[in-house]
Write a protein that binds this ligand. Sequence first.
Ligand SMILES: Cc1cc2nc3c(=O)[nH]c(=O)nc-3n(C[C@H](O)[C@H](O)[C@H](O)COP(=O)(O)OP(=O)(O)OC[C@H]3O[C@@H](n4cnc5c(N)ncnc54)[C@H](O)[C@@H]3O)c2cc1C
Length: 287
Amino acid sequence: MKIKRNVSLAKHTTYKIGGLADYFVDIKDLEDLKQALKFADDNSLPIFILAGGSNVLFSDDGYRGLVIKINNKELKINGEEIIAEAGVLMNDAVSKSIENNLAGLEWAGGLPGTIGGAIRGNAGCFGSEIKNIVKEVTVATNNGEIKLYKNKDCQFGYRDSIFKHNGEIIMSATFELQLGNKESLKKVVFDHIKYRQQRYRLPSCGSVFKNCFLKDGSVLSAGALIEACGLIGKTIGGAMITKEHANIIHNFNNAKAADVLDLMNLIKENVEKKFGIKLEEEVQLII
Ligand SMILES: Cc1cc2nc3c(=O)[nH]c(=O)nc-3n(C[C@H](O)[C@H](O)[C@H](O)COP(=O)(O)OP(=O)(O)OC[C@H]3O[C@@H](n4cnc5c(N)ncnc54)[C@H](O)[C@@H]3O)c2cc1C
């Protein structure tokens, strides 16, 4: 384990935005994590847990502390279960499940980021969420102790889990899948990837805002609200609200974090004024 100095966060995020982290470390196992936590404690540094960097917006001023990148990547199949370390890319887990004729993960074809990031935010798309297949999750507390959570204890909700609130570090998870047909699973994944390529421009962080759940149980898509405000194509600096998907802010030309934030504020003001709805961020702001 090597603690590096002055590492560009832009290089570790799908937004390609972010200044330098004072300290940065890749951790490959629990021992590395414990050493990193001790280093932060000894030097009174705040820590930030980073994984695929596909749901974060860092400040252009960087991060005054230790960024811990989760890079444990073991992936095993046990019958109809997949046991994946938190740093495994979702796409690798999807491929492995299909190779083994296992169904249940195909909705995540093309989903950026890692297992750990997806569990923390209960990632979802195409009508599924990761909570539907999680059996159990292993975490490390911030003093490096290991704890096991069963699915029912993870408090999964829309883009939410207990791990968003308790600061514990997800180390691995077991997923329960079912036997499926490799060829039809491949086709579903291929279609999802194609759909994403047409709708999600990169560099970006995917959806910036959460959808809105109304009291009567109906759901309003944040994208539809933004579109109805006539904001499609709006640019500030190097950031743009995309025409393919109004809930995506694309870094089309060396955008600053401030450009993205200004567009986010413009969206929030317009949506609140027109619909009386306060949009809530899905992207994690480290500003
Ligand atoms: C083009 C594009 C399309 C997207 N489409 C979707 C979509 O359809 N559905 C969807 O839900 N999301 C989508 N996203 C958002 C993103 O892919 C997910 O939120 C993803 O699960 C984030 O994982 P990550 O590993 O990149 O996490 P990061 O961005 O690295 O981190 C996100 C948050 O999780 C925390 N975190 C990460 N790993 C751990 C860990 N091991 N333990 C504790 N905390 C951790 C971080 O501290 C941070 O607060 C999209 C993003 C992009 C760029």
